[in-house]
Write a protein that binds this ligand. Structure first.
Ligand code: Q0Z
Length: 294
C-alpha cells in the first residue's frame, strides 16, 4: 500500500484512501498520490496506471494558477526518484481542522441536506432546486475532517468561528470562494463544470510563509472536486461523473456480479474499464491545462 521504495529515512506518517504522507529526513512532508481509486466508499482492488502522476501534475498546475490568491505548501525540493512524478515535497503547516468546501452546483451531501432542510451548512437556498442545479451564487460549505472510513460532516460558518476564531474563519471563506471563482472560470472555458471542490488550508510555521494562509494537500483534482462535462449538463438527475462513470457503471452492472449494498468488497475491474478510466484522468489533465500529458 505504501511501498514506494523510498529511502529508509522517509517515515510513513499516514495514509488516506488514495494518498500517502511521509516525513522527509529534513522534517518536511512527502505527499504521494497513489494509483489507487475509490468508488462507493471502497478502495478498489485495481490500480489506474498513471493516476497518481496525472493528479499530482494537475494539482501542481492548479497551484500555479492560484498563486496570487494563496501560496501553496509545495517546496522546490525534488521528491525521491522512485516517486518523482507522483509526489510533492511540502512544508509542514499548522492545519485548520476544517475541510474548506465550495459549491456552485447542487450535488452530493449538499443535495441531501437541501432536500432535508432547504439549507446547506445553515445557508438558506431558494425552493425548487434540482439535482445538479446551479446555485444562485457559490457558497462556502465547511465540513469537519472525518477519520478514515467516516464521512465529513457539514457544519455552519458559526461552528467554524467557534472552532478556530472569527478572523480565521472569515479568511478561510474568503480564500475558498476566490479559489472556486478562479477555477470555475478556467474549467468553464475548457468545457467542464466545476460543481464543487474541497481543499485544506494551514498556517505557515516558518520562513517565507510564516503566519500566512497556505493551500495544502492536492487541489482541484477529480478526486477532490466534482467535474461534469458541460455539454451534457441537465439538472433533474445525477450528472455523470467526469472521471469515475465507467467504474460506477461497471460495478453496478450484472457483469460485475457485485452488490454495492452487500458489504462485500468490490471485484477487480476489467482491463477495458481500467483503460477507459485512465483515459478520463488524462483527458481531465489535458482539457484543463491545455497541455499534452506525458
Ligand atoms: C495533510 C493527508 C494523506 C496526504 C496532514 N502541508 C501539510 N502540513 C501539515 N499537515 C498536512 C499537510 Cl499537507 C496534512 N493531511 C491529509 C493525508 C495524504 C494528505 F494520507 N494530513
Amino acid at each position: 500500500m505504501t511501498d514506494y521504495d523510498l529511502p529508509p529515512d522517509y517515515e510513513h506518517i499516514y495514509s488516506g484512501k488514495v494518498r500517502d504522507l511521509f516525513r522527509t529526513p529534513d522534517d518536511r512532508l512527502l505527499f504521494v498520490a497513489s494509483d489507487r481509486i475509490s468508488a462507493y466508499d471502497w478502495v478498489l482492488p485495481s490500480l489506474i496506471p498513471d493516476k497518481g502522476k496525472v493528479l499530482t501534475q494537475l494539482s501542481l498546475w492548479w497551484f500555479h494558477q492560484l498563486e496570487d490568491i494563496a501560496p501553496s505548501h509545495v517546496t522546490t525540493a525534488a521528491p525521491p526518484p522512485s516517486v518523482r512524478d507522483r509526489a510533492m515535497v511540502c512544508e509542514r503547516l499548522d492545519m485548520f481542522p476544517v475541510e474548506c468546501v465550495v459549491r456552485g452546483y447542487l450535488a452530493g451531501s449538499g443535495l441531501a441536506d437541501y432536500r432535508a432542510t432547504q439549507k446547506i451548512c445553515g445557508l438558506g437556498l431558494p425552493p425548487g432546486l434540482k439535482d445538479g442545479s446551479r446555485l444562485p451564487k457559490p457558497i462556502f460549505t465547511p465540513a469537519t475532517k472525518a477519520e478514515i472510513g467516516e464521512h465529513d460532516v457539514n457544519i455552519t460558518f458559526d461552528e467554524v468561528v467557534t472552532s478556530i476564531g472569527q478572523e480565521e474563519a472569515q479568511q478561510l471563506r474568503r480564500i475558498s470562494l476566490a479559489i472556486y471563482e478562479r477555477a470555475e472560470a478556467i474549467a468553464r472555458n475548457r468545457g467542464l463544470i466545476l460543481a464543487d471542490t474541497k481543499f485544506e488550508i494551514g498556517l505557515g510555521q516558518r520562513g517565507k510563509h510564516h503566519g500566512e494562509y497556505v493551500l495544502a494537500d492536492e487541489v482541484l483534482t477529480p478526486d477532490s472536486s466534482r467535474y461534469w462535462p458541460a455539454d451534457t449538463w441537465e439538472p433533474g438527475h445525477a450528472q455523470p461523473s467526469f472521471d469515475k462513470q465507467f467504474v460506477r457503471d461497471w460495478l453496478t452492472s450484472e457483469e460485475s456480479g457485485w452488490d454495492k449494498d452487500s458489504g462485500d468488497p468490490p471485484p477487480p475491474l476489467p482491463d477495458r474499464i481500467v483503460e477507459q478510466t485512465r483515459a478520463k484522468y488524462v483527458e481531465a489533465y489535458e482539457r484543463l491545462t491545455g497541455e499534452r500529458f506525458s
